[in-house]
Write a protein that binds this ligand. Structure first.
Ligand code: ASP
Length: 444
């Protein structure tokens, strides 16, 4: 059985067990199941796994991006990849939110509804664009890495790569070593991914046992329209972009992206999923590392199609509930704000709500409105993160294809890059050889 199948089984089992615990009330405060299983075993295993993924992000992005820049070897090409991916990320996000507003507005969700908000939501200001631009340049690269500031890390890695290129021949061995480090990091991704079926089971069992589906029925209109629009974007808009710009097969894409989607779904974080997305687009889809090492972490930070859709649907929903008519100008502001807000915010769980509060403040919708959808947001976050990550992969593929940096042989091969048990196997002969070399160095 391959890893994707195993992970999908883990996911389904986690959903089922979580729902069972929730529906039978086994999860009551202080009960054995609650203390030792849901908030014990499931929580610990799930968090350890997410930590392991996050642990890989910074070194992986740093090393692979330096390799990427050195691999391109042409600064102008780097500029082109940057411009193209930025334009496509903004375009897909804008289409996403416009579709969401059109669908939700056309259906008129929330009209004539009168539900009271019981949760208090306090918004947080998203940083202004000027600050986002300033922060791209880190005052201290080490602290940027420690805090996982993705745009700053990308900037520093690119600058390092460009400087290595300028040093030229003398830096050859350095590049070879960084390439090796990159390979080692990729191996680590494989190791972490191999425990995913069990970890995904724990993550989902915990989430569903805590949340249940009660609230969903109350907000069913919102949930259905949102999920419907997310699926429309994933299966129609993104695939149309793929076909239109690169003439690649959407079915192959959809089959190969599944792993990254499941990781995104289980962790609700595009950032934590970077290692898996990177592996998926390079090894399963054939995107050259020189493109993917830039477009994937860049996309995880600035591209959030699913989140933009949530903002569009939520804005229409809450405007209708409060009887506010935003008008065309209001909705255009919403589109612009969402696109801008997505640039400065990292792909971490729940950040979409913070972006929403920024949009609401701009168009004058009451922040308490967000309290209405708070209860169902955790699960919807999982779905929209999967869409966010799919958008990153589509753009990476399109940009790579347009620059002749996509291997069609890999893209067309259904088995390319599939993780099999062999991939974490230690080859005894090479292990011994390496040990001998190390002891020889010691003896010297
Ligand atoms: N969790 C999402 C992501 O990481 C962001 C959000 O919509 O809250 O992409």
């Amino acid at each position: 059985m391959n890893l994707t199948t195993k992970v999908l089984i883990g996911m389904a089992a986690g959903l089922a067990i979580g729902l069972l615990i929730n529906l039978t009330g086994l999860n009551a405060e202080g009960s054995f199941v609650n203390e030792y299983l849901v908030n014990g075993f499931f929580l610990v295993v799930g968090k350890m796994f997410v930590n392991a993924l996050k642990m890989l992000v910074v070194p992986l992005v740093f090393f692979s991006l330096i390799c990427g820049v050195c691999g391109i070897g042409d600064i102008r090409l780097l500029g082109r990849i940057g411009t193209k991916s930025f334009a496509l990320y903004m375009l897909t996000t804008a289409i996403a939110i416009a579709t969401a507003i059109a669908i939700a507005g056309g259906i008129g969700i929330g009209e004539g509804m009168n539900i009271s908000s019981d949760a208090n939501f306090t918004g947080k200001d998203a940083p202004p664009l000027s600050q986002v631009l300033i922060d791209i340049i880190p005052t201290n690269p080490v602290s940027a890495m420690a805090n996982g500031e993705m745009l700053a890390i990308i900037f520093f890695a690119i600058l390092t790569g460009v400087s290595i290129l300028m040093v030229g021949k003398k830096a050859k061995s350095l590049v070879a070593n960084i390439e090796l480090l990159n390979e080692v990091m990729m191996k680590m991704v494989t190791i972490v991914m191999s425990v995913a079926p069990y970890a995904v089971f724990c993550l989902l069992a915990k989430a569903i046992a805590d949340l249940g589906l009660d609230l969903f029925w109350q907000l069913i209109g919102y949930v259905v329209v949102l999920v419907g629009t997310l699926l429309f974007h994933l299966f129609f808009t993104l695939q149309a972009v793929l076909v239109l710009f690169s003439r690649l097969s959407p079915t192959k894409f959809l089959r190969k992206i599944r792993n990254a989607q499941v990781f995104a779904f289980s962790t609700s974080s595009s950032n934590a999923t970077i290692p898996v997305t990177l592996r998926t687009v390079t090894e399963r889809m054939g995107v050259d590392n020189s493109v993917a090492s830039f477009t994937v972490p860049f996309g995880a930070t600035i591209n959030m199609d699913g989140t933009a859709i949530m903002q569009g649907v939520a804005t229409v929903f809450i405007a209708n509930i409060y009887g506010v008519d935003l008008g065309i100008a209001g909705y255009l502001t919403v589109i612009l704000m969402s696109v801008l807000a997505s640039i400065g915010t990292a792909g971490v769980p729940g950040v979409g709500l913070i972006m929403l509060s920024m949009v609401f403040a701009q168009v004058g919708l009451p922040l308490e409105g967000i309290g209405l959808i708070l209860g169902v947001d955790r699960l919807l976050d999982m779905i929209r993160t999967a869409v966010n990550v799919s958008g990153d992969a589509v753009v990476s593929t399109v940009v790579a294809k347009s620059e002749g940096k996509l291997s069609l042989a890999v893209y067309d091969d259904p088995n390319a890059g599939i993780l099999d048990p062999e991939s974490t196997h230690i080859d005894e002969e090479s292990e011994k050889e390496l040990a001998d070399t190390v002891s020889a160095i010691h003896d010297k």
